[in-house]
Ligand binder design. Structure first.
Ligand code: ADP
Length: 682
């Protein structure tokens, strides 16, 4: 039935969209808009009636699949937000961050329940807000009882009406609701679906004040991950287009649409005409196979129910053809078969996507965009849209299992900390002018020129225990375990403070990196890479221990004056060094800062000697990445250094990293270090 009814509605909706795209008179546009909303109503009515008859005849099956909780919620929220916004209502979403990231259950029916409850909340509320809250009620083994609650500040329900609320075709408070469209089927279906899934639903309502529906539904946990933070991010989305314009153009893309119904082919082709895609059509599975022998398609849109060879059989043949041109072409099911069981079926059979008729131009474009090779697609300028609204797009960040964190003195570029999702806590720089956060409130060149005024003093300072506590608590909303890479314990109190803070948490481990600056950064990077590979905490810690021994951290210091000022060497030694043009090389050994050697001579000879000595055993060096971490050097000086380095070891990637202010105040200007790892990392 569903299939038979959806096919003609697909034609009505599709061709009506083509009318709306034209420059028609206001009257015709209004008529077409009414056809659009009436078609939507008709469709939802048919769906409800078909669901009811399925339930009544006992044929409504619950079909569990493993699904991504965040993705499911994104779909729902993005849909309801638009409706709430149209009515001027606020829409809030609260999701407990410990909800499992993946669940096993009937995703389609859960969605149906939530959409129904949320639609009602929007429908029966004229001002105020609608809130969706999701919590874990209780756990039993790998079963979790999830409470989905939908609250509104709407008209509420009279006490005496509540017992009838879930009866089919029963609408309550008809006097007040007579202008609100509805059939009285929605809640009845919701109740039966919840019961079929072994759950329960309750309602609390205060007449004229608002209602809360709570559905508690058991689902199986499918994996260790947690959903993590859910953000309602403000992003630009296009809601209505006064003048239609395709989202993209892809004139070099080839798409094949397979459908036995010629009208369907015509509708889909028309809906996609502005994308300039080359579209071929096939009226049967057999024709599709023949056509795909001669041409490689970028995407195939495939109907399911077709006489002789159906879509599934056709897909199997495409995939099974050895050496076939379209063996690996993405195939999207474009069908009139609704329902969770069908969606699961298509997924199982290996379809790359699923679109349900009636389909809109926007849905077709979005699905094709997912599969077309990016080099064939040119996004069209969105400024052509007349009505661009800012709307939230629910962005869910799954809780990472293990996150690596470190301090700003690890001197890593933002690109790398972003890529490896390493969170960074700033050290402090204390000057006579105040206390500044490293890198955030104070920058390297500024602090160096401040210090060059002789009398000025500054020193770096690790964050307080309470800073670490707040930092760990915040990061734990995004990850289940934190490994914090701290600066060499003999060079800074950061390790001690972080360790003390970690005592308040079960799942924070603090590691003494034994290094500072980008040397410490290299250790954090290797740990993060390991974490991204899904290694355990123990494996990452063992790897970090190995890396401690393999990493080389050394700096050649322009002038000893700064080391003396920050109290790292005595002023007497500094005075001797200055007088004799001696430049110490600071090396990190066994977690402590030591003067490794003293180089004598002009700047150039000193640099050359330092570089040669630091890179003296090229065979043992891992030439993947080198940090040249510096303070107070000009670009041409960096080029000079890079040229000298290249003569010794050709590194694949060289990162020029300005040392953080907290590090720079200890080295002073004209200082730099070569920081890298030796071979042996796994
Ligand atoms: P309908 O199609 O009429 O919305 P439902 O079965 O979804 O059918 O709801 C049955 C009746 O319950 C509605 O007609 C309405 O009177 C009442 N109702 C449902 N949700 C709400 C709500 N959030 N606030 C107030 N009344 C509601």
């Amino acid at each position: 039935m569903s299939h038979e009814i959806r096919t003609p509605i697909n034609t009505i909706v599709g061709l009506n969209e083509m009318i709306l795209r034209e420059n028609v008179s206001d009257e015709v546009a209004e008529d077409a808009q009414n056809i659009q909303s009436a078609s939507k109503m008709l469709l939802s009515l048919i769906n409800d009636i078909l669901d009811m008859s399925k339930i009544e005849s006992g044929r409504m099956d619950i079909i569990p699949v493993v699904y991504d909780t965040g993705a499911m919620l994104s779909d729902i929220v993005n849909m309801i937000w638009v409706r709430a916004k149209e009515k001027g209502l606020e829409f809030y979403v609260n999701v407990e961050d410990s909800i499992p990231a993946q669940l096993n259950g009937d995703e389609v029916r859960i969605k149906q329940i939530l959409i129904n409850l949320l639609n009602n909340a929007v429908k029966y509320t004229s001002e105020g807000s609608v809130t969706l809250s999701i919590q874990c009620r209780r756990k039993e083994g790998d079963k979790v009882y999830i409470a989905y609650s939908v609250s509104d500040t709407g008209m509420g329900i009279k006490k005496e009406s509540i017992p009838h609320l879930f009866s089919a075709f029963r609408r309550v408070d008809e006097e007040k609701n007579r202008f609100i469209e509805g059939t009285g089927l929605g809640l009845s279906i919701v109740k039966q679906l919840v019961t079929l899934m072994g759950g329960e639903i309750e309602v609390n309502s205060v007449y004229t004040k608002g209602s809360t529906f709570v559905a508690i539904i058991p689902q199986q946990i499918a994996g260790d991950g947690q959903i993590g933070e859910i953000d309602l991010q403000k992003k630009h989305t296009i809601s209505t287009r006064e003048h239609y314009r395709a989202l993209f153009e892809a004139p070099k893309a080839n798409v094949l649409i397979v459908d036995d119904n010629v009208t369907n082919l015509m509708v889909a082709k028309k809906l996609l005409q502005d994308t300039k895609i080359n579209i071929d059509t096939a009226e049967s599975g057999v024709e599709c196979i023949t056509m795909s022998e001669h041409r490689r398609y970028d995407v195939i849109l495939m109907d399911h129910l077709m006489p002789e060879m159906d879509g599934i059989e056709c897909l199997r043949r495409l995939r099974g053809r050895s050496g076939g041109l379209n063996r690996n072409t993405p195939v999207v099911a474009l069908t009139a078969n609704a329902g969770g069981d069908n969606q699961a079926l298509y997924r199982r059979e290996g379809f790359d996507g699923y679109l349900l008729k009636p389909v809109s131009g926007a849905q077709l474009e979005a699905e094709l965009l997912r599969h077309l090779p990016p080099d064939l697609v040119k996004m069209t300028n969105t400024s052509g849209f007349n009505d661009v609204v800012v709307g939230p797009v629910l962005d869910h960040r799954r809780k990472q299992l293990i996150m690596i964190t470190t301090d700003s003195v690890s001197d890593l570029p933002r690109t790398l900390t972003d890529k490896y999702r390493i969170a960074v806590l700033p050290y402090h720089v204390l000057t006579e002018g105040g206390d500044f956060k490293d890198g955030e409130e104070i920058e390297t060149d500024g602090i160096l020129s401040y210090l060059s005024l002789k009398a000025k003093k500054a020193h770096s300072c690790e964050p307080a225990v309470s800073d670490y506590e707040a930092f760990f608590a915040e990061q734990l909303t995004k990850a289940q375990h934190i490994i914090h890479i701290a600066m060499a314990s003999k060079a800074s109190k950061g390790y001690e403070k972080a360790l003390e803070a970690s005592a308040s948490f079960d799942n924070v481990t603090v590691v003494d990196s034994g290094h500072l600056s980008s040397g410490m950064g290299i250790i954090a990077l290797y740990a993060a890479r390991y974490a991204a590979e899904g290694r355990s905490v123990e494996e990452i810690l063992a790897q970090t221990e190995r890396m401690k021994a393999l990493t080389q951290t050394s700096f050649i210091v322009g002038s000893t004056e700064y080391l003396a000022r920050s109290g790292r060497i005595s002023s007497g030694i500094s005075a001797v060094c200055e007088a004799c043009m001696l430049h110490p090389v600071i090396v990190l050994k066994n977690s402590a800062m030591k003067v490794g050697s003293i180089r004598m001579g002009t700047r150039d000879t000193v640099w050359k000697k330092y570089i040669k000595s630091a890179l003296r055993a090229p065979a043992k060096i891992d030439n993947g990445i080198l940090f040249i971490t510096y303070a107070g050097l000009k670009p041409e000086e960096l080029d000079e250094i890079a040229a000298m380095v290249k003569k010794e070891v050709p590194f694949e990637t060289v990162i020029y990293q300005k040392a953080s202010p907290a590090i720079s105040i200890n080295c002073g200007p004209e200082s730099f270090g070569l920081l890298f790892a030796h071979k042996g990392a796994q």
